[in-house]
Design a protein around this ligand. Structure first.
Ligand SMILES: *Cc1c(COP(=O)(O)O)cnc(C)c1O
Length: 424
């Protein structure tokens, strides 16, 4: 391993204005964490927020809904300001509620895209399965066979989508475009602004799954005119396992009648009238259903305060520098070992992680874990490495490359079977 790379890592760390956040997270000694694109780490602020909510429950009991530091009745609403800045929307267009999948159901059903008489939905063949399941059921409810009405844009190489192929699919019988911001396997970042503008030219609604980009790079949902977006908060936002998700609905669609209606979607001043006549909130809050999962929102109070304070533009700048450095190391040190970089090289097309494709990927991942590097594996042959701006250093990246090189050079992965685990 060239010392030059280590020297460079150290120099980059010295100039890093976000390095002060690393010690706000719980890192495990002798372990390099590169899986923040699946589950972000616990921060001290998130932990403190959870303890505060438990404390409110302990001392305020039922009054916790309206008293104490973070009254639960409006806890989700209290967080919309911070998340609005992170995703580029107005506070009234955003809500912390549900989960990624649930929010896809809620948003698409509420937007009623098939009222236009159009019948097709454009997605892609590399899409996260949950989104395909949800849209398929929505189509079936409309009496539309997904085999015919769910159009999956094809990938030429099994990793990337060509923008031109997506645009070609935007025909006049299409009601809705549902795409990810960043593809979960390859880490390709799509140009949501262009896709939205092109969809609208054809009278198509544009809805995006931003699970792999929120908290890692800036968005401008409102200015781009995106119709709706949804995301999870347990990846780059570090909200913890199963943390409550987020959604955006453009103000041009407000007020909205929620398809999965429930009393927590009420205008807050009317909710406790307990009337059978539903008065939905006039903003995105209408898209809540039942009682919010307070204990799963709690960590977000602390986690969002870190992302907000660090600033999403600074987070993106460092994230790109980290993945750039990782790509450089891979090129320099791992070129003999049959890895293919599946992630686009151009910064504008890169999300927050780097994907390496290799026929032995499953067991290389096992070897990495045994040597103290936590990557993740996506079948059949992808290793994902996510150096996260808030808690990874350039030196971490250097060590990761070094360890991977040793595993390959000494064929240490051959000790393991080339099969995935149950959660992988
Ligand atoms: C992580 C992820 C999900 C997860 O959905 P949940 O409902 O939170 O389980 C969905 N879509 C994409 C693209 C993801 O990366």
């Amino acid at each position: 391993m060239t010392d030059m790379l280590l020297e460079k890592a150290k120099k980059l760390d010295e100039k890093d204005s976000l390095q002060k956040y690393k010690n706000q997270f719980y890192l495990v000694k002798e372990r390099l964490y590169f899986d923040g694109n699946s589950l972000g780490l616990l921060s001290k602020r998130a932990e403190a927020a959870v303890l505060e909510i438990l404390n409110m429950w302990k001392h305020h009991q039922i009054e916790g809904w309206t008293e104490g530091k973070y009254p639960w009745f409006t806890l989700a609403e209290q967080l919309t300001e911070a998340i609005a800045v992170i995703v580029g929307g107005k506070k009234t267009e955003i809500m912390i509620t549900g989960s990624t999948t649930l929010n896809l159901h809620q948003l698409v059903r509420s937007l009623q895209p098939f009222n236009s008489g159009r019948t097709k939905v454009v997605m892609n063949e590399l899409e996260f399965p949950s989104d395909i399941y949800a849209i398929s059921e929505i189509l079936k409810e409309q009496g539309l066979d997904p085999e015919q009405h769910l159009v999956k844009v094809k990938s030429k190489d099994g990793h990337l989508l060509a923008e031109a192929d997506i645009l070609d699919a935007l025909q006049d019988d299409v009601a809705l475009l549902v795409m990810p911001s960043v593809l979960y396997r390859s880490g390709q970042l799509l140009d949501l602004n262009t896709l939205t503008k092109e969809a609208h030219k054809h009278g198509i609604l544009a809805v995006f799954d931003c699970s792999h980009s929120v908290g890692c790079l800036p968005h401008h949902f409102h200015d781009w005119g995106v119709d709706a977006a949804f995301w999870c908060t347990y990846k780059y936002l570090n909200g913890g396992p199963g943390a409550v998700g987020g959604l955006f609905i453009h103000e041009k669609h407000l007020p909205v009648t929620p398809a999965l209606a429930g009393w927590f979607g009420s205008d807050k001043s009317k909710q406790f009238d307990m009337a059978h006549q539903f008065t939905p909130a006039s903003d995105a809050g209408a898209l809540q259903s039942g009682t919010p999962h307070i204990l799963s929102i709690a960590p977000l109070i602390g986690a969002l305060s870190i992302s907000s304070e660090a600033g999403i533009d600074q987070i993106r700048r460092k994230s790109l520098a980290l993945t750039e450095f990782l790509l450089e190391g891979i090129k320099l040190e791992l070129s003999h070992f049959n890895f293919k970089v599946a992630t686009p090289e151009r910064a504008e097309e890169r999300g927050g992680h780097i994907s390496l494709s290799h026929p032995e990927a499953a067991r290389i991942c096992k070897a990495l874990k045994a040597e103290g590097v936590i990557p993740d594996f996506r079948a059949p042959s992808v290793i994902r490495l996510a150096p996260v701006a808030l808690y990874n250093s350039f030196e971490d990246v250097y060590h990761c490359i070094n360890i991977l090189k040793r595993i390959m050079f000494e064929e240490r992965y051959k000790k393991y079977s080339n099969e995935r685990g149950v959660v992988a």
